[in-house]
Ligand binder design. Structure first.
Ligand code: MF3
Ligand code: CO
Length: 280
């Protein structure tokens, strides 16, 4: 399927524009991480995110996307992704996944984090292990991006990381296959799709100027999902808790720039031995 995998490559100037959108997303997520306290509603978080994004001169990209009524997706516990913000009050120990997208000067950023309401000390060992393993798998997937490499090496790296973590933690994880990462640029979702798990194909060869969102979703049980009657909220079929981490990343000949990470990915890439290559 060559058509579906066609790569929309960005110039250095376009990547710099995407970085500005990515920073808005990264800053929004940091703000929301601070505000995600017991008693706060998911709707409160959404309002704070929308105000912050607009205050930066950007637009929330999720709002109105296929009729979606939020600026964030806030997915709680067994909700995997696309949880709609509303009157639900957060409780100590809830596992939150917060997904945020913004458009600045026509360019998109898209990222997600997972956390425990009340801080890590309020999290169970399995929940903390899941959150950390999923974050580690995101970075392993990002580090697998390189000019000249098959794109689907990303999913293989994610899966290897999750399998390793499962062995170390003495648990089994489910890696969601019903939703995938994607190209990003002047639209939130562009070609190519990026599976967050190992597939048989190699996918397209990565070229300089590729910008993609990598977004592993991992559960403490089954990888099977259902969509609730609200037609958005994706939940695990077995009720197990899920985590979701995402970053938008630019690949150039010099290496990687993690557009939605406030440090550009410098520290995590260095730790993985992957080339950090900011364009600013
Ligand atoms: N940010 C999600 C993704 O990673 C999509 C959000 S769906 C929306 O692809 F409806 F909320 F926009
Ligand atoms: Co995305």
């Amino acid at each position: 399927m060559f058509g579906r995998d066609r790569l929309d490559l960005k110039t250095p100037d376009q990547i710099r524009s995407m970085r500005l959108a990515g920073v808005v997303v990264g800053e929004t997520l940091e703000l929301i991480r601070e505000q995600a306290r017991p008693g706060v509603t998911t709707g409160d978080l959404d309002k704070a995110a929308e105000d912050f994004i607009r205050g930066k001169g950007a637009t929330p990209s999720f709002l109105g996307y296929h009729g979606y009524k939020g600026s964030l997706c806030v997915s709680v516990n067994e909700e995997v992704v696309h949880g709609i913000p509303g009157p639900r009050a957060l409780r100590v120990g809830d596992l939150l996944s917060i997904d945020c997208g913004a458009i600045l000067d026509g360019w998109h950023g898209d990222a997600a984090i997972s956390l425990i309401v009340g801080g890590r000390e309020a999290g169970s060992a399995p929940d903390l292990g899941l959150i950390d393993a999923t974050e580690a798998s995101l970075w392993a997937g990002i580090a697998a991006l390189a000019v000249g490499s098959p794109l689907y090496d990303v999913g293989a790296a994610v899966e290897d990381c999750i399998v390793d973590a499962a062995r170390v933690n003495g648990v089994t994880y489910g890696i969601i296959e019903d939703y995938v990462g994607h190209g990003i640029g002047t639209e939130m979702h562009q070609d190519p799709q990026v599976p967050n798990y190992r597939v048989r194909d190699r996918g397209p060869i990565v070229r300089s100027g590729l910008t993609v969102a990598i977004e592993p979703m991992v559960t403490l049980g089954s990888a099977e999902t259902d969509v609730l009657d609200d037609e958005w909220t994706v939940v695990t079929e077995d009720g197990s808790r899920a985590a979701h981490w995402e970053n938008s990343v630019a690949v150039t000949d010099a290496g990687l720039w993690v557009l939605t990470a406030l440090d550009g990915g410098k520290d995590r890439l260095k730790a993985l031995g992957a080339p950090y290559a900011p364009l600013d």
